[in-house]
Design a protein around this ligand. Structure first.
Ligand SMILES: [Ca+2]
Ligand SMILES: [Ca+2]
Length: 80
């Protein structure tokens, strides 16, 4: 029973965090974060400057929090 509740809670959390397109769907190489190339597959208009702006901690990859912030700020739009 507890396990079912946890599964449901996780499912809801995942749904709540769902963006226009989830990070895992864009993460072609399965690293858990997104490179400029992976983001450009979905957002062809994104250039290196835009990527740097999204990469808040400057580690050269966009993680889930950075992706969510970019979508929320309108930096990334689903229709490019
Ligand atoms: Ca990746
Ligand atoms: Ca980063």
């Amino acid at each position: 029973m507890k396990k079912l509740a946890l599964t449901l809670a996780l499912g809801l959390a995942t749904t709540g965090m769902a963006l226009a397109q989830g990070l895992s769907e864009m993460d072609a190489d399965g690293t858990g974060n997104l490179s400029l190339t992976e983001l450009q597959a979905v957002y062809p208009n994104l250039n290196e400057e835009g990527f740097t702006a999204i990469d808040a901690n400057g580690d050269g990859a966009v993680d889930e929090a950075e992706l969510a912030a970019a979508v929320e700020a309108g930096t990334l739009k689903a229709d490019g």
